[in-house]
Design a protein around this ligand. Sequence first.
Ligand SMILES: Nc1ncnc2c1ncn2[C@@H]1O[C@H](COP(=O)(O)OP(=O)(O)OP(=O)(O)O)[C@@H](O)[C@H]1O
Length: 622
Amino acid sequence: MPVAPEDWRPQGVDDLEPRAWDALRETAQSVCVTAGAGAGKTEFLAQKAAYLLQTGLCPAPKRILAISFKRDAAQNLAARVRQRCPADQARRFHSMTFDAFTKHMLDHFRLAIPYAYRPPADYSVAFPSRQDIEVFLRRHGRPNVSADRFERAVARTPLPLEETVESPRARELLRAYWDDQYAMPDGALVSFAMINRVVEYMLRANPRIKRALRLTYPFVFLDEFQDTTYAQYRLVDAAFSESDAVFTAVGDEKQKIMGWAGAMDNAFDEFTADFNAVRHALLSNWRSHGALVAIQHVIARQIDSDVEEVEARGELAIEGDTAAIWRFDSREQESEQIARWIRSEVDDGRIAPHDVAILVRMRANNVEDELAPALRAHNLALRNLARNVGEIAIQDLLAEPLTEVLLPLLRLGASVRDPDAWNAAQERLQMLAGTSPEDEAGQERLQRDIGEFSRNFRQTMRDESPDPAVADRLFAQALDFAGIERLRQAYPEYRRDADFQRVRNGFQVLLRECVENAADWRGVLDHFEGKDQVPLMTIHKSKGLEFHTMIFFGLDAKTWWSLSPERGEELNSFFVAFTRAKQRAFFAYCSERGNAIDWLEQLLLPAGVEQIDGANIVTADR
Ligand SMILES: Nc1ncnc2c1ncn2[C@@H]1O[C@H](COP(=O)(O)OP(=O)(O)OP(=O)(O)O)[C@@H](O)[C@H]1O
């Protein structure tokens, strides 16, 4: 039975702030919710989804489409909705990344794409480097065209080029690029920018597909809207403009860090005007405590002098420094002291290793080489989430649906009792098998199957200690139990064999790696998930995440040469890094790397950020 809208209450949190209530109850008109870091934007979307599904304002079989930028953001949002709604409702919440959405549209409606631009069925997704583009431009006798500009032109120019590009020379070059990519000797190579263009063209050319899309999704959520590119915006526009679809776009202009990749200049203003949206600005920060929020406000004001002050709703739960620049004389001292500091915090029981995130601006792999040995010497493991296993980054792999399905199954074998793994396995398999929660016989069968599977698995894990060959066998059995065909049907992103194999291979590679140094199978799986390891990632990949303690590595004018008051997006990146911290934010500066960033220190020190000699953050006798 649907709940009456006036009786509906937020799920899993005590309350929402008044402005969030207004934005949540607005279901007849599009809304644009802007809010600072930690304001609960993702939580707000999960609550709004629960509201729409539970009150019947989004009645079955209609669905909500939620588009995020990062895979883990999409997964995080879907997981929050699953926690707040029964399975049959949560299933009607489709959360995916922009790229996954467009690729799904391409794979599903490929034959509806006008012939001249239709990629062959066995295309591969390509991530062209600047060098690839330069090679192309040279080959076509245009070495003086800037590769960056050309790439932007491919991403921005609507199809068909024959109708949209006036200059014959430009048209010829763009057309040659499309032809070349489709005619690669080892099969067509199509970038996400190109996928976006063909799907937008397909939607324009096929009003029936557009109508079906609109009937399926009366509500569309757009997360991190500040980073929407023009091409993505045009696609949303092609799919939903002049329809009754109601949009909810959320984001924070201060966290816009994708301008280099073509993010729009005034995304919120354009959206508000084009979709006649009502604007709401949230004013809480549920993540960080007062002292951090006060410093965040100083940085936010530097980004936007009109920014409203927000209310800190997080509690301070730690003694000592909460924000500081740690100054080191040498790289060696830096790595050693950071490792020693984390060790002492863990030994004192204040945090687990995975509660401290090390963030870097770029080149996580180099930082891994530098920091990992020092951490290892203190019996700490660094988990470089940017590192690839096979052809997929660990951070992306952990957010894959395949991982969501297989990990609970493997966990069932590694413990005598693991109710969380059982529930997760049941929920995922129920979804894969399409078993309705009301189908009692189906549910019983599923429980029996899971019981038998986990007994067999437990037996193997008891009898055989961690070893790569056994890991391969267990992986194959878990995959077999979940059912490869079922997986590929349930998740559109796996419909093409190459996409599925990339993830499958990555999973297997990581599992094999984790077998080393683990005393038992539970240890292997903990390692796989990153438990008790210190995560290392770039700021870009930290968006949307939060950590008890954040340590930024490389705050000097050489390593972060692009951080200057004139380059707004770099300050935004700094803001993103700072605002990931729930309790503490530290910045490591090492004079051996480069000079201090004076203007930033002048901003931060009066705002309450301490400056601490790295030699003193923890003493040698610890
Ligand atoms: N209404 C609420 N009550 C209590 N806690 C909340 C509420 N809304 C959000 N939170 C918590 O606050 C934290 C930040 O929320 P969330 O990640 O949704 O913020 P955000 O606005 O998306 O952040 P950012 O833009 O900085 O990534 C999370 O730990 C979330 O669980």
